[in-house]
Design a protein around this ligand. Structure first.
Ligand SMILES: *[C@@H]1O[C@H](CO)[C@@H](O)[C@H](O)[C@H]1NC(C)=O
Ligand SMILES: *[C@@H]1O[C@H](CO)[C@@H](O)[C@H](O)[C@H]1NC(C)=O
Ligand SMILES: *[C@@H]1O[C@H](CO)[C@@H](O)[C@H](O)[C@H]1NC(C)=O
Ligand SMILES: *[C@@H]1O[C@H](CO)[C@@H](O)[C@H](O)[C@H]1NC(C)=O
Length: 400
């Protein structure tokens, strides 16, 4: 009965911690990774550790006088997805797809521990693991937990070097963030004390890269790994139009499961949820928009027609899913004295945003003189990171 309840909770929270002697249940979202721990601190001479799945041996690690030998037998489906720790024999399964029992068998001339079974339940998830955001956004990467267990250990890492940028260890009383490589995250990382989610404020181009969270606990024999590929682009977030013109507030990209809210202060002006086919437009309390708001169902952009100088200047965009939350501020200035090219300029900005998303790994440094489109944060800290390729000479457009 109790375990049934726990299994239900696993499904919801995509992490399972259930230690019952030699059996452990693990729930992992499809595509995430999991490390199954052998419980061995160091493999001794003549020890042999075997991992089995569904009746076949998938990995072996043994130690004899000649050293340690590792062998992974990817019979097709596990190809390149298994990693063995040569000290402990822990098995990491990346990009998990297969539910079932993973068995650990340790053969040792001393007292071999009993066979251990990890029952892995893979929960389907069509969430996309890559995320494109704009410079200046505030971004939360979600653990998927609703509550941090008392013995939880959560570690956030960033970049190729996997630098530790945040850590929670309840038992050890640790709850802190770090500045990261080149102190690039200084004062911009915050941990949610309920979920362990990582909030990055005022994101910059050099924050682009791979974020990984490891979720484990002092009492469980497994670790869940979730990865997030974040691409930060330098796109238009501040637009000026001439009174009476139409303005399209851009969005980088939307995913099916995203819930998108366009807000003015606390007021929701529009809501989009593609998965539920919900498209909703509202108005400010004094109804001053009067049918002048439209939604582009495909892109999620908010369109304001027949703009007025009395229209709000500051709009907030909130994009959320179970994996991430993005908050963006967009400034619209309505005034006289602008050329009719304003709308074209904005459209170019949107296309550029999309182009920046497509080009992964290369960061374009866009310089454009624009009378129509004022960019926020024209500088970037690109020079700080020697690993980043900053291509100063590349001009994507010539907004003339
Ligand atoms: C074990 O793996 C580490 C890194 O993965 C490597 O540096 C080390 O040489 C390996 N040790 C043996 C004995 O294979
Ligand atoms: C991140 O934290 C800041 C400051 O606490 C907050 O203003 C912002 O809304 C948070 N961002 C997200 C995406 O939750
Ligand atoms: C969690 O953080 C909030 C504000 O950030 C604070 O009010 C609350 O006391 C904290 N809760 C715990 C359990 O630390
Ligand atoms: C955001 O970061 C930029 C530099 O990347 C800085 O110029 C700007 O003042 C920051 N904004 C806030 C609100 O902290």
């Amino acid at each position: 009965m109790k375990s049934a309840v726990i299994v239900v909770l696993f499904r919801l929270f995509t992490i399972g911690v259930c230690v019952d002697g030699n059996e452990e249940s693990v729930s992992v979202a499809e595509g995430d990774s999991v490390t199954l721990k052998s419980g061995v601190t160091e493999i001794q001479t003549d020890d042999e550790i075997e991992w089995w799945f569904s009746g076949s041996k998938i990995a072996t690690i043994s130690r004899d006088d000649g050293g340690i030998s590792l062998s992974v037998k990817p019979d097709g489906s596990f190809r390149d997805r298994l990693q063995l720790n040569n000290q402990t024999g822990d098995l990491k399964i990346s990009n998990i797809r297969d539910s079932g029992d993973y068995k650990l068998l340790i053969t040792s001339p001393r007292d071999p521990p009993p066979e251990m079974t990890f029952t892995v339940k893979v929960v389907s998830a069509d969430e996309v693991k890559s995320l494109s955001v704009m410079e200046g956004d505030s971004v939360t990467l979600q653990t998927g937990l609703t509550d941090i267990q008392r013995d939880a250990v959560i570690r956030w890492r960033f970049g190729q070097q996997k630098s530790l940028v945040a850590e929670i260890n309840r038992k050890a009383g640790i709850f802190k963030t770090f500045d990261g490589p080149d102190e690039r995250f200084r004062d911009r990382l915050h941990l949610n004390n309920q979920t362990g989610s990582l909030n990055i404020t005022n994101i910059t181009i050099t924050d682009s890269g791979l974020y990984e969270v490891e979720i484990s606990s002092t009492s469980s024999k497994h670790t869940i790994h979730k990865t997030f590929t974040v691409t930060v682009s330098d796109a238009v977030k501040s637009v000026s139009v001439k009174k009476g013109e139409t303005v399209t507030l851009p969005i980088t990209e939307i995913q099916k499961d995203d819930l998108i809210l366009w807000m003015f202060g606390e007021i929701v002006l529009a809501e989009i949820h593609k998965a539920a086919q919900r498209f909703y437009i509202s108005d400010v309390p004094d109804k001053s928009f009067r049918n002048r708001l439209q939604l582009d169902h495909q892109t999620g952009s908010l369109i304001i027609t027949d703009t007025r100088t009395t229209d709000p200047e500051e709009y907030y965009l909130k994009i959320s899913s179970s994996r991430h939350i993005i908050n963006r501020r967009i400034i619209v200035t309505v005034g006289p004295g602008l050329s009719p090219g304003a709308i074209a300029g904005i459209v170019v900005g949107v296309l550029l945003g999309a182009a920046a998303v497509v080009v992964v790994g290369v960061i374009y440094y866009r310089r454009r003189s624009s009378r129509n489109v004022n960019r926020q944060n024209p500088t970037s800290n690109g020079a700080q990171d020697p690993g980043d390729h900053v291509n100063e000479g590349t001009e994507l457009t010539n907004a003339s």
